[in-house]
Design a binder for this molecule. Sequence first.
Ligand code: FES
Length: 90
Amino acid sequence: MFVKDKQPTQVCVNSHTCFSFKNEENLLIAMEKQNIDVHFHCREGFCGACRTKLVSGEIEYIIDPLAFIDDDEVLVCCCIPKSDVELKTY
Ligand code: FES
């Protein structure tokens, strides 16, 4: 699924890598393009391997997440940022 054109949002990861998220399919792909080391397996919201802490901002799920995560965590393989976001990988 591709996201229609929208204003870029700023994504910062681990307090040091920041980039603009524009039209990437999901946050996992955007992070990989930045060479950010992020775990993944299924890429479909079930395994939980891509679970990442959402420090600030809002995301929107484009695929319903099925894996268990805490309230302050997101599955980056199935979401996009809704606002500027700050993430912390494990
Ligand atoms: S890679 Fe499996 S839930 Fe994201």
